[in-house]
Design a protein around this ligand. Sequence first.
Ligand SMILES: Nc1ncnc2c1ncn2[C@@H]1O[C@H](COP(=O)(O)OP(=O)(O)O)[C@@H](O)[C@H]1O
Ligand SMILES: [Mg+2]
Length: 318
Amino acid sequence: METSLNRLDREPKRLIMIGGKGGVGKTTCASAIALHFSLKGKKTLIISSDPTPSLSDIFEIEIGDQEKPINSVKNLYGIEISSEVVLKKWKERFGPEIYEVVSSFASVDYDFVDYIGGAPGIEEEYMLNYILELVEGGKYDLVVWDTAPAGHTLRLLHLPQIFLKHLEAATKFYMNLYSYLEKIKETVKLKKGKRSLLEIISGWEDLAEKVVSFIRDPQKSEFIVVTIPEALGVKQTERIIKDFDEYQLKVNHLIVNYVIQQADCEFHKARSQMQQSYIKILKEQYSQRIKLIETPLFPHEIKGVEKIKKISEILFES
Ligand SMILES: Nc1ncnc2c1ncn2[C@@H]1O[C@H](COP(=O)(O)OP(=O)(O)O)[C@@H](O)[C@H]1O
Ligand SMILES: [Mg+2]
């Protein structure tokens, strides 16, 4: 059985998402994957949405919240997006229409948009939407998304549901408000909104559905989980894969990082033994349906293009 990511060369995707708990090497692997494809001539954007992004550290250049070429590598671009920026974009896009509609039947000031923007799930939902815009915008052949640590990624997967529930509740609330206002409209002289709130909300629902169907489409999207060969890593992996299964998102590759190659002292022998016992568990559990790819523990941190390239070569057996 193939033990590399080479299948992704044969079956190109538009979006590759990298998930896992913090510190396991997600950003390192995402960078290595993005580097691989950019060296193959694909225009590639690497996105980090981790609140503590380290793309800038890894590539040793200041990246930031604007798409930026990673100078030393042709075809490679990077962006670090924060939730504040995403929320700001959401408000720019939807704020005026929300305000227009709501202010047409109720006396609200613009702060109301902030209030809606603070609804649970909106920020993450819009993050997905924003990323999809980058994927579908036609500027890049491939987007590699270095997601925030596991908890956050899982929340993202739950989100469309939470978000739609919230919208339903909001819709009911406004429906009630509407009918109330309809009754008293003679007295309040109700103006007619250009678009109804329901239309806007159903537009958001369409958006949420579009995002979910994109990340579920195996022709377009791929999820890769990164883990470490330790008890905590195994537990987290089980949880992530179970969640992904539940949301009909297929994981085809599991990268097991920090694997000790040559244990030449008692300390490393003991550690290696411990690692191997967890690798065995992972194999028993997943090797039927998921490719396990081991990446070695290096004596140095992974910084700069040359070192990232070493990881790419291991991941893609090149
Ligand atoms: N295989 C490896 N060998 C040695 N150091 C590694 C390896 N993979 C990652 N690192 C280092 O571990 C640290 C955490 O990696 P990072 O990719 O930032 O993790 P995450 O994004 O999951 O939090 C970084 O300093 C990185 O250079
Ligand atoms: Mg990271």
